[in-house]
Design a protein around this ligand. Sequence first.
Ligand code: FHN
Length: 452
Amino acid sequence: MNKQLNTCRKWVWVLMLLTFTKSHAQTITAANRADWFKDARFGMFIHWGLYSILGGTYDGHTLPDESFENGNSWYAEWIQQRLEVPRDVYRALVKQFDPSKFDADSWIKEARDAGMKYFVITAKHHDGFALWDSKVSTYDIGSTPYKKDILGELARACKKYGLKYGFYYSHCEDWDHPGGATPSWTPQKSDAQFEQYWNEKCLPQVTELIQRYSPDLFWFDTWGDKQEKIFISDKRRDQLIALIRKQSPKTLINGRISWLNPGNDIDFLEMMDNEYPPELLQRPWQTPATMVHSWGWHAKDYNWKTAREMVGYLVSNTSKGGNYLLNIGPKPDGTFPAMAVRRLREIGGWMAANAEALYGTDPVLIKAPQHVCLTQKSINGKNYMYASLVHALADSRIVLPVSYDAINSIHILDTGMPIKFEDADNKSIAILLPQKTALADDGVTVLKIALK
Ligand code: FHN
């Protein structure tokens, strides 16, 4: 009897152990690798490097804070090329990079408080400068007076505040290595030169980033230009992907590793800068977006978007199965521009009351009226649909193609105010908004619809 009892106990233990192991060490596969990304919806992007020291102005010339019709984007982080800063002059900025007020904890806390769930920073932008102490190149943080391990501190802060983190790495353009791609209006490199850059700098630096910081994500950058056509062949794309997959199966790879042909082994599609697709996409995706015009710090870029506009993009992307990666260009002293902090906190205020309508939701496959964005999810076995009103509505009566019998109740998410609804026809309901809500002039109003 005792023996039977012991055997029984042993099996209970084995079963408990198996269950524990399964829930705590889920194997990473191509199918589940991006699960956190799909739930997260909102991330912070950072463009920070030597260009931040110039802040959009060099030698009395200031970069225009706009793009031109020919598609040229005069971003502040392109100042070396746009204003033809001589290589030695630009390189000498290394000695000025000394962000004495940089505080990784405060950056990531701002991101967390804004409702962001992941963080991506330019480990190396097109200028070729490495924001970490790289063994492969001395054009790096190790040569600056600052020297500290910025990426390490940020990675630690992300772990502390529960954010995933990743690195932007410019794999095609590198304006410092003799073989790296440079803009189309500059002398063309040969494929042999690029191959040398690829093997001497790009692949080893990506390996360094993985081994030193174990990133959750890599953000590569191409945009279908001549340089991408010439240098980022499918072979090189696959080589870079294989290198990452082999060393770090958890790490996500974005589609702009090859804008022209991302292939099937990337984890999510990356839209063009500030691009918002009109329809739901079948693969996970995100929009990289700016708060102003430039990505890197530009002291005279005054094009600040409103918080409401940005929340609208976030909500609209989520309703189409996409994410929103919102950029900040920190100042050379390591602080965020005051206006960026203000916007983050405004967005954070909205998120504190409404994030439920975004995190872990799925799109709803019915046609919503214009300016109404739909998401859905289950909470404790109950099903909810969320209707976010991203613009003032012309009508205070919203008709949704959902059967009246399928609905329990409707409330405004942040205040809990009950909202009336009626049977519009056999297949639709009419939501009867108070006039004030239909105008929604102070923000994006979310309706929480409890389903039966
Ligand atoms: O040239 C870059 C630009 O500086 C910035 O990094 C953006 C971010 O999406 N990507 C490129 C332009 O599309």
